[in-house]
Design a protein around this ligand. Structure first.
Ligand code: HMG
Ligand code: MG
Length: 299
């Protein structure tokens, strides 16, 4: 059975842009976010308060977050890796943040320059302080289905990091297939394992990169297990510079097309997405990979 509704968590302005060579002007980013909200997106990640030397494409985080016009009923979030990032997010007026780490030791060292143990220690302080400041905190576990440096990631590592983040107080956990290697059976086994381990399906979200074309199949399995929050990125933009081989996130238009067809209401107007993708693609200097977009533009 499928749920009647699902929620899209749009990561285009963050995950989508973090790996692009062309850095979009702040105005373009703001227009992109506003257009996505106009299309019905109600949860959106707008930037990352990380070291700009690590992610130059989002070096304008402060300007994006302070200039963005907030709208009633829309939840805006941003990645935060440490206390310095939390302080920036606070100054920028964010009321929601997301912390992120991998289920694999090597990816943590490459992506956030910390061991798994040290990352959890850092995030314990970040979450405590963020919640004291009245912020909601989402958590990401990346490399859930495989790691670019270690290959196979044992399920036990995924469960360990997932439970640890929930214990710190994140209200939702997004399970990332950072390099797009997962297949439906593995996804079902992982999700069932986490549900058995005591995580609630309302606090789980899925985050697929469509590197090998398995993202929609994986999302269907997650929906069948009762997961109702799906991360996706406009046009299929995205990838992590510290995950070699990672390609775009699953495209928002591909997910919404599938949900519409299956009678799962996301509140997002599919017909408003292609023009936004075409415009952003033109500004970035390449076509975006969404399959729905290609079919639509070609039609
Ligand atoms: P570090 O070098 O270990 O940090 O980086 P440090 O604490 O030693 O500080 C070094 C310098 O960085 C100092 O500056 C700090 O002030 C500065 P200096 O004194 O040398 O001039 N610094 C900062 N500047 C701005 N904002 C900050 C900040 N923190 C320190 N918050 C750090 C550690 C975590 C900062 C770094 O590794 C980093 O920025 N990493 C971010 C990497 C990233 O954003 N990756 C992509 C997102 S994750 C992802 O894509 C996966 C996901 O999408 C899910 C999935 O797909 O599975 C979420
Ligand atoms: Mg990602």
């Amino acid at each position: 059975a499928l749920p009647a509704t699902a929620e899209i968590y749009e990561v285009g302005p963050r995950d989508g842009l973090q790996n692009e060579k062309v850095v979009l002007p702040v105005e373009t980013k703001l227009a992109m976010i506003e257009s996505l909200v106009d299309a019905g997106i109600r949860r959106i990640e707008i930037t990352s308060f990380v070291n700009p030397r690590w992610i130059p494409a989002l070096a304008d985080h402060m300007e994006v977050a302070t200039r963005l016009r907030r709208r009633e009923g829309v939840r805006y979030s941003a990645l935060v890796p440490n206390m310095r990032g939390l302080d920036s997010a606070t100054r920028a007026g964010m009321d929601e943040i997301a912390i992120f780490m991998a289920a694999s030791e090597s990816h943590n060292r490459k992506n956030i320059n910390k061991s798994t143990h040290k990352a959890l220690e850092t995030y314990a302080e970040v979450v405590r302080e963020a919640r004291d400041r009245g912020m909601a905190v989402r958590g990401y576990v990346s490399c859930v289905y495989g790691c670019p440096y270690e290959g196979h990631v044992p399920y036990e590592n995924v469960e360990y990091v997932s439970k640890a983040l929930v214990d710190l107080g994140v209200y939702e956990l997004s399970l990332g297939d950072t390099i797009g290697v997962g297949t439906p059976r593995q996804v079902a086994e992982t999700l069932r394992g986490l549900l058995r381990a005591g995580l609630r399906y309302e606090e789980l979200a899925v985050h697929f990169h469509d590197t090998r074309g398995t993202a929609l199949a994986n999302i269907t399995v997650a929906l069948q297990l009762g997961i109702r929050t799906i991360d996706s990125s406009l046009g299929g933009l995205g990838g992590c510079p510290y995950a070699p081989g990672a390609s775009g996130n699953v495209a928002t238009e591909d997910v919404v097309y599938m949900l519409d067809g299956m009678g799962v209401d996301s509140g997002v107007a599919l017909d408003r997405l292609p023009s936004i993708s075409v415009e952003i693609g033109a500004k970035l200097g390449h076509e975006l990979p969404s399959k729905y977009l290609k079919a639509h533009v070609g039609a």
